[in-house]
Ligand binder design. Structure first.
Ligand SMILES: Cc1ncc(C[n+]2csc(CCOP(=O)(O)OP(=O)(O)O)c2C)c(N)n1
Ligand SMILES: [Mg+2]
Length: 599
């Protein structure tokens, strides 16, 4: 994405400068206006230049948070997110957030100053080998092996992050910031992605033209390619139902008649029932990740006999997880446009039965909505039991209230946890770049820092994080960043007093032998928020949820961060990994008490 017009521009032409200047000017050339991190002597010479370069340094509470902020920033803007820290421990703190950005396909540049080149290997202060650690969670690693290459390698790290859509590492021995060099600041390279090969597009168009029940599955590639308009046009041409791939609920507008909601864990039954009927699926900008198409609600909905056309910008993803009939290595936007151009004016088999299909879509959506309306609480025996003795809200009831109160243009990040997962059924968006889930890396502690980064990139949009209380314990320290740096967001903290998602496994597989899952003696998170300089509100009544969310989002306009602590029962929705757990088998006598009881 292009940088805004009013940004400073980098120096032009070959000239003398310091490597620090070369580094910072290359950031400027790439339109960098915000960098997240914690101050450190390793890069202080470059940091000193940030204000005059027009770069804001956002001082965070923990480097992991800074990495997630860079991720959220990149995901909402399409521009690079940048984070930087002190060599050694500051850099190892980036590992989790870099892995998360990798699986979110975020163009994050992780700048990792390293111990001095003259003493590498001697085991000095804050030394660790920084390249192997990130080798499997970055798309590219640049190591500045000579100070004269500072601008060249910095520029390449930025180019590759966009080219390969994922984090890159820029490793800089700390002494290489100093000295005199002569160089030119490279201009960013924009490599245009095409629609894909002519032959594969022709084959795909032929399949779609002959399809009687085509379904489009829109993935993150549609969002990243800014291709929603093209996806809509293609869907309308085919009058095809559109499902969103798992955690990409913002890939197709929820208000559209053809929208059916997300597939995957706690997704939309309407989307699942409709895709199950497909004879041709166009998987547009999705790698068809294995977790995202697992059976749900006892339903095997993936249409095994359908022809699958998969479009992905990364050729390695084509046919990797699911068998496909046609693979198109292309940009989702360009490919959707190319397919629409091929189909325009052709006789399309699917138009003959479009009225029946539209009626089907309408009926399935209505059925799912009314099921959700009635599904205010979980119905399994354990949930009914714990809810009976509680005066708190049912999680689903609260999530429905949040959905109803969601302000226009809201951005929502979601964490990993039982309630966050259930929220998948209730998160609908009309514009892309609105949903920032923890994606397939699935780390607790993702949502809050990510929404802070998103808010920096889009200060006029309401910014809301959904976070379980366990994950909140990992990430609430970033309230300091909100307050100190004046980045107003809203965190909705689901207080169920437990690491619920894991507890669900104890209930389903371990006969309620709870171990390490109850979060007893938690502080009042609303009080903690107030002590930290934010607003904190405790809510235990469903009727208060909507007004509180709206008030908190309005308070963002006055620069206020609000933590809404939702008091909910301990009931639990379906587990994450039913696919990967087994009932316990014990052979040793001393462990017999933990064996699954038979019969
Ligand atoms: C960093 C990290 N540690 C542990 C896990 C394993 N894990 C997955 S969900 C979960 C429980 C989340 O609890 P909470 O945030 O309170 O949400 P709830 O499930 O109660 O809604 C845990 C511990 C993880 N995904 N990430
Ligand atoms: Mg919890």
């Amino acid at each position: 994405m292009n940088k805004p017009a009013d940004m400073p521009t980098a120096v032009v032409g070959r000239q003398k400068m310091t490597p620090s200047e070369a580094f910072v000017e290359t950031l400027v050339a790439n339109g960098v206006t915000d960098v997240f991190g914690i101050v450190g002597s390793a890069y202080m010479d470059a940091l000193d230049l940030f204000p005059l370069a027009g770069i804001r340094f956002i001082s965070v509470a923990h480097e992991q948070g800074g990495g997630h902020m860079a991720d959220g920033y990149a995901r909402v803007s399409g521009r690079h997110g940048v984070c930087i820290a002190q060599n050694g421990p500051g850099i190892t703190n980036f590992v989790t957030s870099t892995a998360a950005a990798y699986w979110a396909h975020s163009p994050v540049v992780v700048v990792t100053p390293e111990t001095g080149s003259a003493t590498i290997g001697l085991g000095g202060f804050q030394e660790t080998e920084q390249l192997p650690i990130f080798s499997k969670i970055t798309k590219y690693q640049a190591h500045v092996n000579n100070r004269v290459r500072m601008a060249e390698l910095t520029a390449r790290a930025f180019d590759r992050a966009q080219l390969e859509l994922g984090p890159t590492q820029l490793n800089i021995p700390r002494d290489f910031f100093y000295g005199d060099i002569e160089c030119e600041i490279p201009r960013p390279m924009t490599i245009e992605r095409g629609a894909g090969g002519e032959k594969s597009l022709d084959e795909a168009a032929a399949l779609l033209a002959a399809a009687k029940f085509p379904v489009i599955l829109c993935g993150g590639g549609v969002v990243m390619a800014n291709g929603q308009a093209e996806a809509i046009a293609l869907a309308e041409l085919l009058q095809a139902p559109v499902a969103a791939s798992y955690l990409h609920n913002d890939s197709f507008p929820a208000r559209h008649a053809l929208w059916c909601g997300p597939l995957g864990y706690q997704g939309s039954k309407a989307a699942m029932k409709l895709i199950a009927k497909a004879d041709v699926v166009l998987a547009l900008g999705t790698r068809l990740g294995p977790f995202g198409t697992l059976p749900q609600y006892g339903m095997e909905y993936w249409p095994k006999n359908a022809k699958i056309v998969q479009v992905d910008a990364d050729a390695k993803m084509l046919g990797l997880v699911k068998p496909i009939s046609v693979g198109i290595c292309g940009d989702a936007k360009a490919a959707a446009a190319a397919l629409a151009a091929r189909l325009a004016g052709k006789s399309l088999a699917c138009l003959a039965n479009k009225d029946a299909r539209l009626a089907d879509i309408k009926a399935e959506k209505a059925a799912w909505e009314s099921e959700l309306d009635g599904w205010t609480q979980e119905k399994d025996a354990w949930s009914l039991e714990v809810a009976k003795s509680s005066t708190y809200m049912h999680p689903r009831q609260m999530l429905r209230e949040l959905e109803r109160a969601m302000p226009e243009g809201a951005m929502v990040s979601t964490d990993i946890g039982n309630i966050c997962s259930v929220s998948n059924s209730y998160l609908r968006f009309d514009q892309p770049r609105s949903m920032f889930a923890a994606m397939s890396f699935g780390n607790c502690g993702y949502a809050f820092p990510t929404i802070i980064g998103a808010k920096v990139a889009a200060p006029d949009r309401p910014a809301i994080a959904y976070v379980g209380d366990g994950a909140w314990g990992m990430s609430f320290g970033e309230i300091q960043t909100c307050v100190r740096e004046n980045i107003p967001v809203t965190a909705v903290v689901f207080n169920n007093g437990q690491w619920g998602a894991e507890k669900k496994n104890h209930v389903d597989f371990y006969e309620n032998r709870f171990l390490g899952v109850n979060l007893d003696k938690q502080p009042s998170w609303a009080t903690v928020a107030r002590a930290m300089g934010a607003e904190g509100v405790m809510i235990d009544t469903a009727g208060d949820v909507g007004p509180a969310l709206r008030a908190a989002c309005n308070a963002q306009k006055q620069g206020k961060t609000t933590i809404l602590e939702m008091m909910v029962t301990r009931e639990l929705g379906d587990p994450f990994r039913r696919d990967a757990l087994a009932l316990p088998v014990r052979h040793l006598a001393k462990y017999q008490a933990t064996a699954a009881r038979r019969g």
